[in-house]
Design a protein around this ligand. Structure first.
Ligand code: PEP
Length: 258
């Protein structure tokens, strides 16, 4: 592992702004006691918590970035209920998740919308986490490599290479998200290799994360043997202790392999 690891906590639609600030502060305290030396850390709270979490991160100098879980690709206008990248930027947000499988499956975000959103994010100077991954039937049919290749190509083809440094990939098999079923080390290793082979040379510094029921127990092997550059974590990011244990596993692995 030569690229520094990245761990992102996706809080999904959990925690009101009081609870979110509390979790941010708990993460800050744990990091003060045991700082992460190598691993970059990001949390993705719900929209309504972003300002409060960004403020506490700033005022208490907590070494974490703040991400939004989604954004509308338009700059402004008649898009009731939506939020633009420039609005996020003004809040102190520096990252955006793009095309999470829950957005794709429950909110009709198709490949074209993912590609548009990715462009809006990076053009505004925000960092993007492009989420890809197959459903169980696709995995069972053996079509997962082709599925992921198509998702990656559809989002990245034609993207100005100047923006490559702003793009992180998260491979998240849908059958492993929130199910307690983790892809095994061999499956993760194979997909990390496949994703890197699909990316053009401009993306050679891009991190390729794994997501899907990552926890304190499986994180070390997924990063050491699975060769993930870090994780997108859902459930286990809602408790400071389990989130920090995952970060520590990445940190230890990076320190050993350097
Ligand atoms: C996710 O929401 O991206 C995710 C990976 O969730 P979980 O860790 O709970 O499977």
């Amino acid at each position: 592992m030569t690229i520094k690891p990245l761990v992102i906590g996706n809080w999904k639609m959990n925690l009101d702004f009081v609870e979110a600030v509390h979790l941010g502060q708990q993460i800050g305290v744990l990091l003060k006691n045991r700082p992460s030396e190598h691993t970059e850390i990001v949390v993705a709270p719900p929209f309504v918590d972003l300002r409060s979490v960004a403020s506490i991160v700033d005022s208490e100098r907590i070494p974490i970035g703040v991400a939004a879980q989604h954004v509308n690709p338009n700059d402004n206008g008649a898009h009731t209920g939506e939020v633009s990248a420039s609005m996020l930027k003004r809040l102190g947000v520096t990252w955006v998740l793009v095309g999470h499988s829950e957005r794709r499956s429950m909110y009709a975000m198709d490949d074209a919308a993912v590609a548009l959103t990715l462009r809006a994010v990076v053009r505004s100077g925000l960092k993007a986490v492009l989420c890809v991954g197959e459903a169980l039937d696709i995995r069972e049919d053996g079509d997962h490599d082709e599925w992921v290749r198509r998702q990656l190509r559809s989002a990245l083809d034609g993207l100005d290479e100047r923006f490559a440094e702003l793009v992180t990939i998260a491979y998240e098999p849908i059958w492993a998200i929130g199910t307690g079923l983790t892809a095994d080390v061999a499956q993760v290793h194979a997909m990390m290799t496949h994703v890197r082979s699909v990316l053009t040379p401009a993306f050679k510094e891009s991190r390729v994360l794994y997501g899907g029921s990552v926890n304190a127990e499986n994180a070390a092997s997924l990063v050491a043997e699975g060769r993930a550059d870090g994780f997108l974590v859902g459930g286990a990011s809602l408790k400071a202790e389990s989130f920090l244990a995952i970060i520590q596993a990445c940190d230890d692995c990076y320190a050993l392999k350097r």
